[in-house]
Design a binder for this molecule. Structure first.
Ligand code: ADP
Ligand code: MG
Length: 242
């Protein structure tokens, strides 16, 4: 079943067309990777899908319903949530409290929110940081907290915007493991990631953006062999994977 259907999505900022008639489908259960050079329109696409920007034209359907232009909290309630490239955790709240903020989307009961948050902290490996203020976390833990807050809203589709940028190799590996575990829970994932070596093995399919347009879509293998993609983004080292 297709969970997310984006049709002819266009987002113009004055004369600048950041997303230009983008169409694609995400199937329930899959990890769909989104790549493209800086400024290609990836974050704008997330913002349009999740309701933070109102697209100039086009349609976003989620679980069979037209959600185009709907407010972010309403979209989130339907089970679609995004993280932010610039981490948004509340600096003076503890990790547990930050995650509880996400849980309050589904419950008004303090105890239940705490229970959901604790479960998410265990799942994301943040248990030991539960009482640390958000501002005192390392970059890697801040990114992890961003994912944990989103998970606490109990999504069907999680959109991750560069949650692995700025991490070292070991932290990145842990993040990869977490993304796989999220997929195993049956949560679908739309994944923006700059680091190709990380994105390709994680993705069932990949979407490539360049200057606001979708220039390719397909299996990770077909993407690395696509001449237009190589020219736009990957560079010659990806033309013949070793
Ligand atoms: N709120 C905005 N107002 C004006 N221009 C914007 C805004 N957000 C993004 N842009 C522009 O849209 C283009 C796409 O940006 P973005 O979606 O952030 O790309 P990416 O995430 O792929 O790096 C860029 O040229 C950027 O400067
Ligand atoms: Mg971006």
């Amino acid at each position: 079943m297709s969970l997310l259907e984006v049709t002819d999505l266009t987002m113009a900022f004055g004369g600048l067309v950041a997303n230009d008639r983008i169409s694609f489908t995400l199937h329930e259960g899959e990890v769909l990777g989104v790549i493209g050079p800086n400024g290609a329109g990836k974050t704008t696409l997330f913002a349009c899908i999740a309701g933070f920007l109102k697209p100039t034209r086009g349609q976003v359907r989620f679980a069979g319903e037209d959600i185009t232009g709907m407010r972010p909290d309403r979209i989130c309630r339907r089970g679609l949530v995004r993280t932010f490239q610039i981490v948004r955790a509340l600096p003076d709240l503890t990790v547990l409290q930050n995650v509880m903020v996400g849980a309050f989307l589904r419950t008004h009961a303090m105890r239940e929110a705490r229970q959901i948050a604790e479960e998410v902290l265990a799942f994301t490996g943040l248990e030991a940081r539960a009482h640390t203020p958000g501002k005192n976390l390392t970059i890697a833990d801040k990114k992890r907290l961003e994912v944990a807050r989103a998970l606490a809203t109990q999504p069907r589709l999680l959109m991750l915007d560069e949650v692995m940028s700025g991490l070292n190799a070991q932290e990145r590996q842990q993040a990869v493991t977490l993304v796989r575990a999220i997929q195993r829970r049956g949560i679908s994932i739309l994944l923006i990631e700059h680091i190709m070596d990380v994105l390709l093995p994680l993705s069932n399919r990949v979407l490539v953006l360049n200057y606001g347009k979708k220039i390719a879509e397909g299996s990770p293998d077909s993407i690395t062999r696509n001449p237009e993609v190589i020219a736009a983004y990957l560079g010659s080292s990806y033309a013949s994977p070793s």
